[in-house]
Design a protein around this ligand. Structure first.
Ligand SMILES: *Cc1c(COP(=O)(O)O)cnc(C)c1O
Length: 353
């Protein structure tokens, strides 16, 4: 099986990662290199390491397990599942948390394992995904966690622009500084880490856009795809480290409107068509089981994506100047969501260039 395939350009990922690491380190910000887009693939994670990231971070413990032999500390990004505490203690060193009951379970397991597990307490600044929102509950969680035997409260963190679309600003990030001071007073111990969010926080650069106390960012899409807030390109980085190639299995002239009475398509929708007369159409051997067509854009000019069923991608190639034939490959740029599904699909070959 050679196609469809996703081409992974390791030197572009290296270039992006080195550039971001340099910028962050200048500001005394450590970089957690986020590996979830590529399912913790150790070969790509090694590029992160060669480029100077300080730790490896993933939302799934299964992905961290794949990287167990790589030398950097591993961070679990998604709140830990009770049902996974033993793997979490075995395969990660630090986790983002918000529920003391889970942290207690981690502490018990860490104690059995003879390890001290590090946690970063997540504070919800308004995006409404993970983290504690109410002030009193933050104080109470700190009180509980600080008493746990095999847990070290490393710091606090936040996550923005994921559910609510709330943008990072000086004003909301400065609240983390206030919390740091508050919690240090409460416990009498220093908090080493203030984890100031994901790649969208980079939109506050250049300095002094990010408040100085932020000393960690968790970066994934900026390193791999060169994109930041609102998936906008970050200047000077590559956006095309990943491209997708799919094989043409049919090229035929057909009407642009289906012929016959119209019912529902394969996904239960009533399709609507514009009549543009007869058009030259191509079918590529890739479909929704691999990737949703809205996450693809053809590299070649003039190609229009018409739609896709589970295994077929339909294209209008009337306007292209290229003389494509059956058996040729077409190349596509990918969105973040497109990369995510192509890199996750077992039907899409991973090819390193
Ligand atoms: C995915 C994730 C990140 C990285 O986000 P990017 O947009 O890829 O930089 C950071 N933090 C958490 C908690 C995440 O789940």
């Amino acid at each position: 099986m050679e196609y469809p395939r996703i081409n992974i350009n390791l030197s572009k990922i290296k270039f992006n990662t080195e550039a971001m690491v340099r910028q962050c380190h200048q500001l005394n910000i450590e970089v957690a290199g986020v590996t979830k887009l590529f399912c913790g693939n150790p070969q790509i994670a090694e590029v992160y390491i060669d480029s100077g990231v300080d730790l490896l971070a993933d939302s799934r413990i299964e992905n961290l397990m794949k990287m167990k032999d790589l030398p950097l500390p591993k961070m679990l990004l998604r709140l830990p599942m009770m049902s996974q505490v033993s793997d979490i203690i075995a395969y990660s060193d630090i986790g983002l948390v918000s529920e003391p009951v889970t942290v207690q379970a981690l502490s018990d397991e860490a104690q059995r394992y003879g390890k001290v597990y590090k946690v970063i307490l997540m504070i919800d600044l308004g995006d409404l995904r993970e983290g504690i929102f109410h002030e009193e509950e933050i104080r109470q969680a700190v009180d509980e966690i600080i008493k746990m035997k095999s847990i070290s409260l490393e710091g606090i963190g936040t996550n923005l622009t994921c559910y609510g679309g709330v943008k990072p600003t000086w004003e909301n990030l400065i609240r983390l500084k206030n919390w740091k001071e508050c919690i240090e007073k409460q416990t009498g111990q220093p908090l080493r880490v203030i984890s100031g969010g994901n790649g969208s926080t980079l939109s506050l650069l250049p300095a002094p856009g990010i408040p100085a106390h932020i000393n960690q960012l968790r970066l994934g899409s900026s390193l791999t795809m060169g994109i930041g807030l609102n998936d906008e390109p970050i200047k000077g980085l590559y956006q095309d480290a990943f491209t997708l190639e799919a094989e043409i299995v049919e090229i035929r002239e057909k009407p642009s409107k289906p012929v016959g009475e119209i019912g529902l398509d394969a996904f239960g929708n009533q399709p609507v068509f514009e009549d543009k007369g007869f058009r030259r159409r191509a079918i590529c051997a890739i479909g929704r089981q691999d990737i949703h067509p809205e996450h693809l854009s053809p590299v070649e000019h003039g190609i229009i994506i018409l739609g896709a069923s589970s295994d077929h991608l339909l294209l209008d190639i009337t306007e292209t100047t290229e003389d494509s034939k059956v058996g040729d490959m077409l190349t596509f740029y990918l969105t973040y969501g497109g990369c995510l599904s192509a890199l996750t699909s077992p039907y899409v070959q991973k090819y390193y260039v």
